[in-house]
Design a protein around this ligand. Structure first.
Ligand SMILES: NC(=O)c1ccc[n+]([C@@H]2O[C@H](COP(=O)([O-])OP(=O)(O)OC[C@H]3O[C@@H](n4cnc5c(N)ncnc54)[C@H](OP(=O)(O)O)[C@@H]3O)[C@@H](O)[C@H]2O)c1
Length: 265
C-alpha cells in the first residue's frame, strides 16, 4: 500500500512500539497524529518526525477517559477530514497474582487496553465508513491467546481486544474498512518499567525490537488477516494450545507460575 499523504493516528505514540511505528509510517510519507498522556514525550517524537516532509499533530489524551477521546477526535477530525489508519497501541500491564492486585489495578488495565481501543474505534469508525476506506490496527499480544499466571488481568484485556476485533471484522465485511490485530511476544520497551515488574528478569533472549513490531503494524495496515502474530513461528504454539490444550497449557502455566512464586520470595 502507498502510505504517502495517508493520515495515521497512533495511540501510545510517546514511547516504544508506538513511537517506532510513527517513524516507520513517516518514512513512507504518511501524516501522523501522535496520541498519549505525556505531552513532553510526544513533542520529542514530533521533533524527530520533522526530518520527513509530513504533517504531525500532537494530542495529549488519556484513552481510558471517554470524554478526552471524544475531545481528541474532534480536534483530529477538524484538522484532517478522517483517519485512514487507526493504530490502537496504548497499553500497559501490572504484574502480580489476582489475590495481590487490587480491583482498581485490574480495572485500570481493562480501561486503557480494552475500553481505550473501543473509545477510539467508536469516534473514528463513522468517518471511515462514510469514506468506505480505512484500516484499524489493534496491538494486542500473544497474551491474547494464553491465559498466564501473573498477568491474568492483562491477558483478559488482550483476549477481549482479539474477540472484539474478530466480531467487528465480520461486521465490516464489504464496507471498505479493515481490521487486523498485531500480537507480538515480548518486546524491548519501557513496558516493563512498571514497578510491579521489579523482580522479573528484564527481557528474554528472544525478545523483539520495537522496530520489528512497527514493521508488522505497517503490514497489518494493509492486510486482510484478522491476526498477525510476531514472530510468525509463534502461530505454531497458538495452534498447539488450541489443538492440544492439555499438553501445552500445563507446561506454560507451570513455568509462569514458578516465575510468579519466585517474585514473592
Ligand atoms: N513490550 C512488550 O513486551 C509487549 C508485548 C506485546 C504487546 N505489547 C503491547 O504493545 C503496546 C505498546 O507497548 P510498548 O511495549 O511500546 O510499551 P511502552 O513503551 O510502555 O508504551 C506504552 C504507550 O502507551 C501509552 N499509554 C499508556 N496508557 C495510556 C493511556 N491511558 N492513554 C494514552 N496512552 C497511554 C504510553 O504513553 P503515556 O504514558 O505518555 O500515556 C506509551 O506511549 C501495548 O498495548 C502493549 O500491551 C507490548
Amino acid at each position: 500500500m502507498d502510505f504517502k499523504n495517508k493520515v495515521v493516528l497512533i495511540t501510545g505514540a510517546s514511547s516504544g512500539i508506538g513511537r517506532e511505528t510513527a517513524i516507520e509510517f513517516a518514512k513512507l510519507g504518511a501524516n501522523i497524529i501522535l496520541v498519549a498522556r505525556r505531552k513532553d514525550k510526544l513533542e520529542l517524537v514530533a521533533n524527530e518526525l520533522k526530518q520527513f516532509d509530513i504533517s504531525t499533530l500532537v494530542c495529549q489524551c488519556d484513552v481510558s477517559k471517554k470524554d478526552q477521546v471524544k475531545e481528541m477526535s474532534k480536534t483530529v477530525l477538524e484538522k484532517f477530514d478522517s483517519v485512514d489508519i487507526l493504530v490502537n497501541n496504548a497499553g500497559f500491564a501490572i504484574y502480580g497474582s489476582v489475590s495481590d492486585l487490587s480491583i482498581d489495578e485490574i480495572e485500570s488495565q481493562m480501561e486503557t487496553n480494552y475500553f481505550g481501543m473501543i473509545y477510539c474505534i467508536k469516534n473514528f469508525l463513522p468517518s471511515m465508513l462514510e469514506k468506505k476506506s480505512g484500516h484499524i490496527v489493534n496491538v494486542a499480544s500473544v497474551a491474547a491467546s494464553f491465559g498466564l499466571p501473573g498477568i491474568a488481568s492483562y491477558c483478559a484485556s488482550k483476549f477481549a481486544m482479539l474477540g472484539f476485533s474478530e466480531g467487528l471484522k465480520h461486521e465490516l465485511k464489504n464496507t471498505g474498512v479493515g481490521i487486523t490485530v498485531v500480537s507480538p511476544i515480548m518486546v524491548r520497551t519501557d513496558f516493563f518499567d512498571h514497578h510491579s515488574f521489579e523482580k522479573m528478569p528484564k527481557y528474554s533472549p528472544t525478545s523483539l525490537s520495537s522496530k520489528t513490531v512497527a514493521k508488522a503494524i505497517l503490514k497489518a495496515a494493509n492486510s486482510p488477516r484478522l491476526e498477525i502474530i510476531v514472530p510468525s513461528i509463534v502461530r505454531v504454539a497458538v495452534w498447539m494450545k488450541n489443538t492440544f490444550p492439555y499438553f501445552i497449557n500445563p507446561i506454560l502455566g507451570k513455568s509462569f507460575k514458578k516465575q510468579l512464586d519466585s517474585t514473592k520470595d
